[in-house]
Design a protein around this ligand. Structure first.
Ligand SMILES: [Zn+2]
Length: 142
């Protein structure tokens, strides 16, 4: 399933090739202090591939906090956060926001809260390696 999404103004867009075809898509409402303020709900397909296209990199901010192991990609123009990345052992992993999806039936989303508070950094990185999208490419389209 080829999922497309992006920020509101179109500066950041993504194409997520979800393989194999999903019968449902987990949508994790993160309870961290940043996602609580943003309404962040994330998903990832560890066997899929993601291409993120950015028209103007100067209008993209990367925000990190806490352990600073993850970067939230924030559009400076419209404020939407379509993607989060984490570089682990030299490889780039990512999750995408289900709120930024443009062609997915809402009924396909299986929503659940998820709390990673208190998780140690090593456990956190191992979890991302297992669950996050491991094939991630960024391209400039501007
Ligand atoms: Zn935007």
């Amino acid at each position: 399933m080829l999922i497309s999404g992006g920020c509101h103004c179109g500066n950041i867009s993504f194409a997520l090739d979800w393989r194999p075809e999903p019968s449902e898509i987990p949508a994790r409402a993160c309870t961290c202090s940043f996602c609580a303020k943003h309404g962040g709900v994330w998903t990832s397909c560890p066997t899929g591939s993601l291409t993120v296209s950015v028209k103007d990199r100067t209008r993209l901010s990367k925000y990190a906090f806490g352990t600073k192991t993850a970067e939230f990609h924030v559009c400076n123009e419209c404020g939407v956060v379509p993607v989060v990345t984490s570089r682990i052992d030299g490889r780039l992993y990512a999750v995408v926001s289900v709120n930024a999806f443009e062609n997915v039936e809402p009924a396909l989303l299986r929503r659940s809260p998820s709390t990673f508070e208190g998780e140690h950094e090593q456990a956190r990185l191992s979890r991302r390696k297992r669950n996050w999208i491991a094939d991630v490419q960024f391209e400039a389209t501007g």
